[in-house]
Design a protein around this ligand. Structure first.
Ligand SMILES: NC(=O)c1ccc[n+]([C@@H]2O[C@H](COP(=O)([O-])OP(=O)(O)OC[C@H]3O[C@@H](n4cnc5c(N)ncnc54)[C@H](O)[C@@H]3O)[C@@H](O)[C@H]2O)c1
Length: 258
């Protein structure tokens, strides 16, 4: 794939899907700027990319803080002169019924999952507009498409990501910038562990039983590996996917088909 020598900024690159995506893109010859709130983890991500022969640096960035986002994007542009690819992967989840949800929790999830995508895309897109090229991928979720008991604010935050994707795609298309969302299903990361532990009891079952129940509802009968999401992202940001924009693409083992 034609990804060599491109510069990517990955948010949430400290672990899970973001780290797997950073490593996958690093393997394809992309220069990876790994960002996250957890500096120890992104340092490790960058080191692993370099050990595999790739290029990478890391920078602390909280996607929900406009000042931090602007400073990091400016310093990447100063150093590397461009950002070809943005992967918005940072995310957080909370479980519980909406009727009991604390307002602060609502704000926290919306700030990271939704405002984070808005702010980071805005800062990067301003530069992509000057370059007249670029591609942005937002990690949404199948939870954005069908409501679930005990997952309200997360679903709302990701449904909003789909609309940010469509709107940015339309507004940025004249500048040769593609914007798409990937909607993973159950993927084997810490976020899913949290879901098993917190939502199992809500459903009246143990975390292990809840895990079994969720996986039995997936037609392919397993969770995704984070690397599988990384490979799809590598395709979507490559030249081979130039005609795809404004899409929300499921990678969910058949769990969601719309
Ligand atoms: N794992 C799944 O089943 C699944 C399914 C669908 C969508 N997703 C989405 O994929 C993305 C990655 O999730 P994951 O499963 O790898 O989870 P994870 O918990 O393993 O990783 C999330 C990463 O985001 C970082 N992060 C959290 N808040 C941040 C902030 N304010 N600024 C910057 N970084 C921040 C964390 O430090 C962590 O490194 C999320 O957007 C999540 O909603 C995950």
């Amino acid at each position: 794939m034609e990804l060599n020598k491109q510069v990517v900024l990955v948010t949430g690159a400290g672990k899970g899907i973001g780290k797997a995506t950073a490593l996958t893109l690093g393997n394809y010859g992309v220069n990876v700027i790994a960002t996250d709130i957890n500096v120890g983890n992104i340092k490790k991500t960058s080191e692993e990319i370099k050990q595999l022969g790739g290029q990478s640096t890391f920078m602390e960035m909280d996607v929900s803080k406009k000042k931090q986002v602007d400073v990091v994007v400016d310093s990447v542009i100063n150093k590397f002169k461009k950002i070809d690819i943005l992967v918005n992967c940072a995310g957080a989840i909370t479980s519980g019924f909406l009727v009991n949800l604390d307002e602060k929790k609502w704000d926290q999830i919306m700030d990271i999952n939704t405002k984070g995508v808005f702010l980071t895309s805005q800062a990067v897109a301003k530069n992509m507009i000057q370059q007249k090229h670029g591609t942005i991928v937002n990690i949404s979720s199948v939870a954005s498409k069908t409501g679930e008991v005990g997952n309200g604010v997360y679903s709302v935050s990701k449904a909003a990501v789909n609309m940010l994707t469509q709107t940015y795609a339309l507004e940025l298309a004249p500048y040769n910038i593609n914007v798409n969302a990937i909607c993973p299903g159950y993927t084997d990361t810490d976020i899913m562990q949290d879901v098993f532990e917190k939502r199992g009891p809500i459903e009246g079952v143990t975390p292990d039983k809840y895990r079994e129940m969720l996986i039995s509802n997936v037609p392919l009968q397993r969770m995704a590996k984070p690397e599988e999401i990384g490979e799809l992202i590598a395709f979507i940001v490559s030249d081979k996917a130039n005609y795809i924009t404004g899409a929300t693409i499921n990678i969910a083992g058949g769990k969601e088909v719309h």
